[in-house]
Design a protein around this ligand. Structure first.
Ligand code: GRG
Length: 300
């Protein structure tokens, strides 16, 4: 029987947090402020959505190496470290210049800009270190994971998306341009989370990976559409970050282009697509279906 969504999220969060706890250096010694800033940014109440997708994708594959306190948790921790770094850098004055994240002062407000930049840098390299140290997995699998994360987080993914976003500030984007930008900026890491969770099991077929790629593409877009809806509809308190920041920063969004109603319809359509792509996994994909539903129905 399927576990309730809340239990699923708590279970996945606990596992990835235990792994992150081991991965991150203790906040002491000559670089105490740096290590404290890294910990502050990782352990400050994120939803752990990308790690959850990693675990749920591994469950969809089943069999193989689904040792969840081992390799999957480590892969999930690597992805979350990249996510934390991206948020630290995104909040910097040179980028979105935000002072509130997850209901708390952003990393550079709390620790200063230089330390925040270094915390992001160090989290990024820690993620790749973690993947190279997956000693339960064959070297080729580790290499595949390193290659995948570097592509999806970097020039073929998130960093390029961020560059497109910064260049587009103040310009009215067409819907297709917006979609391209988000597929790089937020979609890529979501896709990496799903695919890496599956690959780390050592048991995923090409057909399964293709289906998961389709799932991730659809739910990544739905995630972003819902994010834009919440930026309009929610409150700063509920979001833990400044509500209305897209409008304030003069950014094109799904809601500014489509309006709220059509944006909701698009999110629902993407959700349906994501569910349809999971058919071949039958009940083993139930956690992925629950996460997809959470992504389009979340209020924060
Ligand atoms: C600086 C290289 C670099 C990249 C930044 C992902 C990103 C690119 C910026 C984040 C800006 C942002 C708020 C985008 C909207 C979608 C998004 C990634 C929201 C945050 O993800 P959640 O909701 O965050 O999963 P939590 O706090 O739950 O971890």
């Amino acid at each position: 029987m399927a576990r309730p969504l809340k239990d699923l999220l708590v279970d996945y969060s606990n596992q990835v947090d235990a792994q992150l706890e081991q991965l991150l250096p203790e906040a002491s010694g000559p670089a105490e402020a740096l290590f404290a800033a890294m910990r502050y940014s990782v352990f400050n109440g994120g939803k752990r959505l990308r790690p959850a997708l990693c675990f749920a994708a591994a469950e969809a594959i089943g069999g193989g190496n689904t040792n969840r306190t081992g390799s999957t948790a480590k892969v999930a921790a690597a992805v979350e470290a990249i996510h934390a770094y991206s948020l630290i850098h995104d909040d910097l004055p040179a980028m979105d210049d935000d002072d509130l994240r997850r209901g708390k002062p952003t990393c550079h407000i709390q620790f200063g800009e230089a330390t925040a930049i270094l915390a992001g840098d160090a989290l990024q390299s820690l993620a790749f270190q973690q993947l190279t140290e997956l000693t339960d997995l064959p070297a080729e699998t580790r290499l595949e994971l390193v290659s995948m994360l570097s592509r999806y987080a970097g020039c073929a993914g998130m960093v390029t998306g961020q560059a497109i976003d910064l260049a587009a500030t103040g310009q009215a984007l067409q819907l297709e341009q917006l979609k391209t930008m988000h597929s790089y900026k937020t979609g890529a890491l979501i896709e990496a989370s799903v695919l890496m969770g599956a690959i780390a099991t050592g048991a995923a077929s090409q057909q399964q990976l293709d289906a998961l790629k389709q799932f991730a593409g659809a739910i990544g877009l739905a995630f972003q559409i819902q994010d834009d809806i919440l930026d309009v509809e929610s409150s700063t308190e509920q979001l833990g970050k400044q509500q209305g920041s897209d409008v304030a920063n003069d950014k094109s969004t799904y809601t500014s282009i489509l309006g709220l109603e059509q944006a909701r319809e698009q999110a629902a359509e993407r959700y349906q697509q994501s569910i349809a792509s999971l058919e071949l996994f039958a009940e083993r994909a139930e956690p992925l279906r629950q996460l997809a539903s959470f992504i389009v129905n979340r209020a924060y």
